[in-house]
Design a protein around this ligand. Structure first.
Ligand code: FES
Length: 103
């Protein structure tokens, strides 16, 4: 069943930055895009790289390993070598904490 999981304090994640957390063995990346929070699966769909260490530019994140590009809001794979989308998760803010809906 899907559950809301506390990921990070909103104030601890700077704008245009990302962090990762692990829930039940699954790595998830949380992004702050100008005060709006998004979450995707934390590992690139190409090989093993942490998307939280990627370079954020507007709505996109560039994988730190081979520079594949994804849209952070939709998870869409935008440029080679990535071809498979990142899974995305809903987020909400409650009492200054960012929660992610993990299923
Ligand atoms: Fe991300 Fe290769 S591991 S593009």
């Amino acid at each position: 069943a899907a559950e809301w999981v506390m990921a990070v304090e909103a104030s601890a994640l700077a704008s245009e930055d990302a962090m990762r957390f692990t829930h039940k063995g699954r790595c998830i990346a949380v992004y702050n895009l100008s005060g709006e929070f998004y979450a995707t699966s934390g590992i690139c769909t190409h090989e093993h790289a942490f998307m939280s260490e990627g370079y954020i530019d507007g709505e996109t994140v560039e994988c730190p390993l081979h520079q594949g590009l994804f849209n952070i809001r939709t998870g869409a794979a935008l440029s080679p070598p990535v071809t498979k989308n990142l899974k995305t998760f809903k987020t909400k803010i409650e009492n200054g904490q960012v929660y992610v809906l993990v299923d």
